[in-house]
Design a protein around this ligand. Structure first.
Ligand SMILES: Nc1ncnc2c1ncn2[C@@H]1O[C@H](COP(=O)(O)OP(=O)(O)OP(=O)(O)O)[C@@H](O)[C@H]1O
Length: 292
């Protein structure tokens, strides 16, 4: 099956600073992919490379088997809702739908119309007078009515209140269930992604820390808690993702099979938030190590 997103050694540099480096990923189609990382991690850069808004400094990226923005056919297959869900303030909701219909060969006018009605948006309302949540919903409607094979959303819910956030993500989930397309969605809030995504990419300090199916990632990581280890290493094999020590206790997050343990140690599973935080910790520890 063609990958939805495939990158090899992908990097983007602004002047001397790398916004994204050594990014190698291969994501199969049919997933809702959560791209998570702190502010400035490189999420927008990766998404702009995927949509052809930016050109790579190193490496290459393929989207649905083609080059990003390679031509009209490729552009028609990928929908992009940029950060802050931009709309044209002076134009009405209906104007947005008309422009969408004119610019997109696969435009689904029925889907757009029905969605606007369901959301209770007045077609005559100017976009500049919509609330943040309504603007985000309008931008999502434009992205969905394009009927893309891949919809890319850059922090679409960042500025929304919890209710609008929930409605937006729910609308997105309903649309993916009905129309079966892939989604890549970025956020710095894991809680947004927890309910929505079945594939996860953790990006910290311009590098992909881990990527894979959420269920598999959660099954492959464990938290070990036990008496403080004086040498700072865990009492098992497996790759250490993060390590924390107090005077009396050590806590490790390790990647690998469930370890057979000494009874003084507790092994537990992780939630998505724990996993993301462990990889953020990992990146911080690596930075500190590099400074030594
Ligand atoms: N046009 C630009 N010129 C110079 N540096 C840039 C430019 N765009 C982004 N950067 C830098 O690249 C890095 C990654 O930025 P990016 O916008 O991709 O991060 P992000 O993870 O999307 O952050 P946020 O969650 O805040 O949107 C940051 O250090 C940022 O300052």
């Amino acid at each position: 099956m063609t990958s939805v997103l495939e990158a090899q050694g992908l990097g983007k540099r602004y002047g001397r600073r790398w916004a994204l480096r050594d990014c190698t990923i291969d994501i199969p189609q049919g997933h809702v992919v959560g791209l998570v990382g702190p502010n400035g991690a490189g999420k927008t850069t990766l998404l702009k490379l995927a949509t052809g808004v930016l050109e790579p400094t190193t490496g290459g990226i393929g989207v649905l088997g083609g080059r990003p923005a390679a031509g009209p056919a490729q552009l028609a297959r990928v929908g992009f809702v940029a950060q802050d869900t931009p709309v044209y303030s002076a134009l009405t909701v209906a104007d947005h739908l008309r422009i969408g219909a004119r610019l997109n060969p696969g435009w689904d006018a029925t889907l757009a119309r029905e969605r606007i009605v369901r959301l209770g948006l007045d077609p005559a309302h100017r976009a500049g007078r919509l609330s943040g949540g309504q603007r985000a919903q309008l931008a999502l409607t434009l992205g969905l009515a394009k009927r893309p094979d891949l919809l890319i959303l850059d922090e679409p819910v960042a500025s929304l209140d919890p209710l609008a956030r929930r409605d937006f993500l729910q609308g997105l989930m309903e649309a993916t269930a009905e129309h079966r397309f892939s989604v890549v969605l970025s956020s710095h809030l894991v809680s947004d992604l927890e309910r929505t995504c079945d594939y996860l990419i953790v990006l910290v300090d311009s590098r992909v820390q881990v990527a894979g199916r959420t269920e598999e990632l959660l099954a492959a990581h464990h938290r070990l808690t036990g008496p403080r280890r004086t040498d700072g290493t865990p009492p098992t094999a497996g790759r250490v993702v993060s390590a924390r020590h107090t005077d009396r206790q050590s806590t490790f997050v390790v990647a690998g099979d469930a370890p057979a343990m000494d009874p003084a140690w507790t092994v537990s599973g992780l939630g998505m938030e724990d996993l993301v935080l462990a990889y953020m910790d990992h990146s911080t520890a690596a930075d500190l190590e590099a400074l030594r």
